[in-house]
Ligand binder design. Structure first.
Ligand code: NAP
Length: 314
């Protein structure tokens, strides 16, 4: 086992991401010890039963000795949680987060800063549609990107902190990249936030359609709809906060998306098969590029054929 990057880390928010970091840090030796805190009594109890680390009864106790504190709460809670955390941290320790929106997260974390701790916002581009401590698993970050959006501080102490946090995420298996927060939010608006919005919307439209029986929506879901339902099953609190905090970038993408959708609508209405062929062929090349970049499996139907037997655990 390699030397741990941090002697001790603290995780605030023991859900999917917090639990995955706790498991990975222990399993891959990235931290000597892991303490956790969650606002929910029930989540703290479950985190303890799962053996995720040392579960503290208060935020203060969880973060007091940590070299690095990782906030794994919904984006809307970051401001209050960061303000409550910083006064109890050691001088020279690192405060980071995993929030899916970085502009607002950077503002929230910076506002809580008192000049004693190094603030380095971050976002793992990895996750699932599940939530809660039971959903966490150690290999979640393997091969995934982790984006850091450091501030303007160029002091030796801050640069060393960015270096240590980079090595920590690398030890969890992630590939680390540094980016400007505004750029992160623009990129993620199109690659993650808009796809989730479309999924939430298509599922809602299907269930509202008066001409379709809801039983048929479920029965024939393999015709593309099923893949949207996986994304649309994601945590509503997390996604509400993403859209409220990345408003400008999402609205910009949505505007362009609506225009492009209207163009497809027009092509269908006027029987413009050439236009449809052009657009659909272009989409295929992007799928191929994603597979070539190792961002997904090239296996047919995401490798999940045949369908699980009814009642099986697959
Ligand atoms: P999650 O499974 O719902 O976990 C969040 C945990 O934070 C919950 O246990 C929640 O408790 C707790 N919490 C809420 N407010 C708190 C507070 N004030 N103090 C302490 N704990 C608090 O959510 P998640 O999927 O791990 O997401 C956590 C963060 O990761 C979010 O910022 C999200 O944007 C980011 N992220 C998520 C994904 C993903 O795919 N899920 C991927 C990358 C990044 P309660 O349930 O009792 O409220």
């Amino acid at each position: 086992m390699p030397e741990p990057v941090f002697s001790s880390i603290a995780i605030v928010g023991a859900g999917l991401i917090g639990a995955s970091i706790a498991r990975a840090a222990g399993e891959y030796g990235a931290a000597g010890s892991v303490s956790l805190y969650d606002a929910s009594d029930d989540v703290r109890r479950r985190a303890g039963e799962l053996g995720l680390g040392e579960v503290a009864e208060t935020l203060e106790a969880a973060v007091a000795e940590a070299d690095c504190v990782i906030l794994c709460v919904p984006v809307g809670a970051l401001s209050a949680v960061a303000a409550a955390t910083v006064p109890h941290m050691k001088a020279g320790a690192i405060l980071t987060d995993v929030g899916s929106v970085k502009g607002e997260a950077a503002v929230a974390l910076a506002a809580a800063g008192d000049g004693r701790v190094h603030i380095i916002p971050g976002h793992p581009i990895a996750g699932t549609e599940q939530s809660g401590p039971e959903a966490g698993f150690a290999s979640l970050f393997k091969g995934a990107w982790h984006i850091l959006t450091p501030g303007n501080d160029t002091s030796d102490g801050y640069m060393a902190a960015v270096d240590a946090l980079t090595r920590f995420w690398q030890a969890l298996g992630a590939k680390v990249e540094t980016m400007d927060a505004a750029r992160h939010d623009r990129v993620l608006a199109i690659t993650s936030h808009l796809p989730h919005l479309i999924a939430f919307n298509i599922v809602s439209t299907a269930f509202d359609m008066e001409t379709v029986e809801q039983g048929e929506v479920v029965k024939y879901s393999a015709g593309g709809f099923r893949d949207f339902t996986r994304i649309a099953a994601s945590d509503p609190v997390m996604w509400r906060d993403v859209f409220l905090n990345n408003k400008d970038a999402v609205l910009e993408c949505l505007g362009r998306f609506s225009e492009d959708l209207a163009a497809l609508q027009r092509a269908i209405r006027w029987g413009d098969g050439d236009m449809l062929m052009r657009e659909f062929s272009r989409a295929r090349t992007i799928r191929k590029a994603i597979i070539d970049a190792g961002q997904d499996s090239g296996a047919v139907n995401f490798g999940r054929n045949p369908l699980p037997e009814p009642g099986s655990e697959a």
